[in-house]
Design a protein. Sequence first.
Length: 430
Amino acid sequence: MDKKVFIIAGVALLLLLTFAVFNKSRKPNYNWRESYKVKEKSPYGLHILKEVMNSYSTAGGIIDVDKKLEVLAIDSLQNLRNNNFVFIGQAIHFDSTAFDRLLAFVENGNTAFISSSSIPQDLMEQIYPQICYEYDWEDYETMTDTTVSVTLYHPQFPDSSEVNYYYGKEKKEYRWSYIYGDYFCDSIISLTELGLIDDTYVNFAKKEYGEGTFYLHTTPLAFTNYHMLDTMGLHYAENVFSHLDSGQIFWDETHKISAAVSRRKNRNYSGGGGNTANNKLISEGPLSYILSNKSLRAAWYTLLACAFFFLLFRTRRKQRVIPVLESNRNTSLDFISTIGSLYFMQNDHMKLTQQQGRLFLNYIRTHYDLPTQNLDDKFQERLVAKSNVSEEIISKILKLWSNLKDANFVSENSMVDFYKLLNQFYKNCK
């Protein structure tokens, strides 16, 4: 009798939980969690960004790094320079081995791009001396707002327009990070401003370190799928990542932690020394963080209860569960559909062609230091000499671009011809 009552109570609890979940909203429910994972096509994943960067990379594509950053070791790189380390997420945390390798990687003449809402204090104390501010570096400052405008503040992009960003489809209040203004001064080894939030707060800065450069960006939300589908958002991301060097891109997906954990780690670091903070972060772990939050704790206990009842009822089965085999799925088609919503699926061949042309001219300016205001015969001769690409290919590109850049209509055939010529150039240039 007692067993039946227990089973009935369990079934009733599961039914109530199921009703609550499915009755909460009848609208399509998207996962708005800030995952910053390249394999996720949710609004705040990075699937589109990595695919776009793969498309335009001319130095061997993107390489995923491991937990210890072994691929960044100097002996692994064979002293090669002009490579890039890229991290995008809420916050980043290294162990001592990975920390030392990243510093040596940048110091040797490479670039590290870190876009996060919080920055490790021990990293900043290493690369940023106390020259402008009387206190230790603590973390990024934050402000709360529904919408912010972001601009690039750099002579290379004088025509950079404002881009508006917000969190969630309903523009909820969000905690936006920025770099405290007192960390900038007139010293030549200080931080350099590259971008602003609301024309006031710095969200993008540059810091020289050894022979390399750290780029610090405080708005990782700007590079997620949701904002990359917007034309202005895509253009902003292109301008930001044009700061990267011409070498390989090493993509970090393994050192992500939440911004809340990172800020708590920084507070512990300030109060009790580096070793105490590191040990505390490692000892706490994900479960400690879940149990410290009321909502997450309730969800965790609900999950445990469901798992218990599942195991209880599953023991009564007499037949082994027959797995359902799903048919093979071509995920590349999903990506084509996503990117196609930008221009191609709208038959906007003109904008897509102009975007390719601007990227080509930006590549010429950054890699060969050639001005692109006048694409005359003298420019063509200098480009042939510097790029080692045949005069025939370059001449065709410049003539076709001259016809297409101000055109009111671009056919699909013209767009494809222009794309093929640019590919020939990227494959043969030095």
